[in-house]
Design a protein around this ligand. Structure first.
Ligand code: UDB
Ligand code: ZN
Length: 186
């Protein structure tokens, strides 16, 4: 199981590399990586286990964040109300954003990252809605439309596969300035 000590931190060159495409059928090693990427999110979102293992509760984790430069990331956006089903849950492989809204969306609280220990304040403008293509662990292709929070999480994870970190998007002169028409939500 991945623990905080296994997560690469800002400054590690793997976080600035472009990750390699994953080939199908998945190798046993890649399948195991996919399993462990999702396991981290599931375990970390269980308050008891999160505390027990000293984790930060995560909604997404990309392979470069565990030192593997491959185009793979897990995403687990919890349900809005208890007992509901997750807004998005999958391991996305070779993801591509095939279309995006002109409208931006940003989190009121800004973003953080499991690989960045400091708090870096500021809005991170992203596309409010995206169409995402990806392959799952079983080799099935998916094309999904996402909006608001799930879209933000997927863009954050896909950035990791391109060597981009959230603070790269923060306006240097005025961190809390967002492009006109940006949808803000928490
Ligand atoms: C996170 N977690 O996982 F709705 F259980 C952030 C951290 C950096 C604060 C740990 C987060 O937003 N927590 C959260 C939200 C919920 C339910 C829940 C936990 N990431 C993922 C990351 O760094 N991936 O590379 C940062 C997010 C900022 C916006 C999108 C992803
Ligand atoms: Zn991150």
């Amino acid at each position: 199981m991945f623990l905080m000590k296994d997560i690469t931190r800002d400054g590690n060159p793997v976080l600035r590399k472009r990750a390699a495409k994953v080939e199908f059928p998945l190798s046993d090693e890649d399948r195991e990586l996919a399993r462990q990427l999702m396991e981290y999110l599931e375990v970390s979102q269980d308050p008891e286990l999160c505390k027990k293992y000293g984790l930060r509760a995560g909604v997404g984790l990309a392979a470069p964040q565990v030192g593997v430069s491959k185009q793979m990331a897990s995403v687990l956006v919890p349900p809005e109300e208890e007992g509901g089903k997750p807004l998005f849950k999958d391991v996305i492989i070779n993801p591509v954003i095939v279309s995006e809204s002109v409208q931006y969306g940003a989190l009121t609280e800004g973003e953080g990252c499991l690989s960045v220990d400091e708090d870096i304040p500021g809005y991170v403008p992203r596309h409010d809605r995206i169409t995402l293509k990806y392959t799952d662990v079983d080799g099935n292709d998916h094309k999904v439309r996402l909006k608001h929070y799930p879209a933000i999480v997927c863009q954050h994870e896909i950035d990791h596969l391109k060597g981009v970190l959230f603070y790269d998007h923060i306006n240097k002169d005025d961190p809390f300035e967002a492009p006109e028409g940006t949808v803000m939500f928490s």
